[in-house]
Design a protein around this ligand. Structure first.
Ligand code: SAH
Ligand code: SF4
Ligand code: F3S
Length: 439
């Protein structure tokens, strides 16, 4: 039997796409190899969001080159956003690559493998969803669901609109059908994926239009799905109906990831985020009003071109005021072809580093403080496996998306009640309430 190996970089959308690549390969009769050197088909699903993503990949490609030289029959394929951003340049820079394809061209990989083509081929049109392909899920009880692809925003720092194309939504009935099938297959938690989930459905033809909150309502009605998550919403499109959906629908989790990027309205304007600090804080106030206990997490970029000390102080103020449950923090990285890469006033490296340290310190302090509200409470935890630090304990996630390490006897995929004894900025610790589970 022929074998494959996939290495995935980047965001949840890429994790989703890799599961579909694997599903597609298995339907062609391939099986997964335990390691890259054992595989007949070596694949990379790439990301280009920051420079660090690019440089990490280049190291891996070196190994693929060596393996290809050892056995020229091997196929080396590169998919994803980095491949899309380079297009045919991939073959000039890495001549040992056999096939390259963008995120909208995953099915072409199957075509390539089943043809008797001996020349390298690239596929970079935006054509279809990967959501239609069969999936090989990482965990049987959790699934990604692609509700839309692409992004119509023009954030000046971001490469995604050029790698994933214009936004296209999948019709709601198709998504309901997919979620029903997942539930029948044992999935208890789904995560809806899109670059801007709140604008879901706006591009659908008249008759088929569905808003994101309506979609949440319909999916909540699917039997067997205990938890619905989604990522990412855009603050400009976050409206009360979606926040209400969290309050009213049993399966929609108490967690909202609301990317801030900067707390300075001046910098937000240069980023072309189309909201300002007031509008963002107004969204947060609306969340707190309907869902006082909701976890709020975010993404922040430091060192955007033109960010002065006063702008950065404003970011710190917002972080302090909101009190995020956690935050992903990134140093601005100029990306080819983006507007921000060409802006003047690039922030010196030392200032970026110093700001990052101060930001991370504040994020962690506020996250630790926020996490104390869980101590003494009983939380519903979806068990994922053994604890990473102590295999005699279990690990799972609360509805707030907090990692919980606990003593207990549950198995992966089970929902249990855990009494929380202590909390740090990133994890909660506790013990399973056995009686609660039996009841
Ligand atoms: N569509 C999603 C996710 C985009 S990528 C959204 O808008 O929220 C995830 C995060 O990477 C972004 O939120 C941003 O914080 C960060 N990011 C994107 N481009 C970047 C760049 N050029 N430099 C640094 N961080 C960047
Ligand atoms: Fe990039 Fe902005 Fe679109 Fe997110 S919303 S993918 S940051 S352009
Ligand atoms: Fe995701 Fe990276 Fe593409 S973050 S959308 S895989 S550039």
């Amino acid at each position: 039997m022929r074998t494959y190996h996939v290495t995935t970089f980047g965001c949840q959308m890429n994790e989703h796409d890799s599961e579909r690549m694997k599903g597609m390969l298995e339907s062609l009769g391939y099986s997964e190899a335990p390691a890259r050197e054992d595989a007949d088909v070596i694949l990379f699903n790439t990301c280009s969001i920051r420079e660090s993503a690019d440089s990490r990949l280049v190291g891996h490609l070196g190994e693929a080159k060596r393996l290809k030289a050892e056995d020229p029959e091997r196929v080396v394929g590169i998919g994803g956003c980095w491949a899309q951003s380079l297009k045919d340049e991939v073959f000039e820079r890495f001549p040992f690559v056999d096939v390259a394809f963008g995120p909208g061209q995953v099915p072409k990989l199957a075509e390539f493998l089943t043809s008797d083509s001996i020349t390298a081929q690239g596929f970079f049109e935006f054509e279809g969803f990967t959501g239609h392909l069969p999936a090989r899920r990482e965990r049987e009880f959790q699934a990604w669901v692609q509700i839309s692809v692409g992004c119509n925003c023009r954030c000046s720092y971001c490469i995604v609109p050029s790698t994933r194309g214009r936004e296209v939504s999948r019709p709601a009935p198709e998504l309901v059908e997919e979620v029903r099938r997942l539930a029948d297959d044992g999935v208890r938690e789904i995560t809806l994926l899109g670059q801007n989930v709140n604008s879901y459905g706006r591009d659908l033809p008249p008759g088929q239009k569905t808003s994101f909150s309506e979609l949440l309502g319909t999916l909540d009605g699917v039997d067997g799905v205990d938890r619905i998550r989604y990522t990412s919403p855009h603050p400009k499109d976050m409206r009360e109906d979606v926040i209400r959906a969290h309050a009213e629908l049993a399966s929609v989790c108490e967690h909202i990831h609301l990317p801030l990027q900067s707390g300075s309205s001046r910098i937000l304007k240069r980023m072309r985020r189309t909201y300002n600090r007031e509008r963002y804080l107004d969204r947060v106030a609306m969340i707190r009003e309907h869902l006082p206990d909701c976890a709020i997490t975010t993404d922040i970029i430091v060192g955007f071109p033109g960010e002065g000390d006063a702008d950065f102080e404003e970011t710190l103020e917002v972080v302090d005021e909101v009190g995020y449950d956690s935050a992903f923090t990134f140093v601005f990285s100029p990306r080819r072809g983006t507007e921000a890469a060409g802006l003047g006033e690039q922030v010196p490296h030392a200032a970026k580093r110093e700001r990052m340290e101060r930001l991370v310190e504040l994020v962690q302090r506020r996250a630790t403080e926020r996490a104390q509200r869980f101590v003494g409470r009983e939380l519903e935890v979806l068990v994922e496996g053994p604890s990473r630090t102590d295999p005699s304990r279990l690990r799972g996630r609360s509805r707030h998306n907090k990692t919980v390490n606990f003593d207990g006897a549950a198995v992966p995929g089970e929902l249990v009640q855990v009494r929380v004894g202590s909390a740090t900025s990133t994890t909660l610790a506790g013990e399973e309430r056995l009686l609660a589970r039996v009841a």
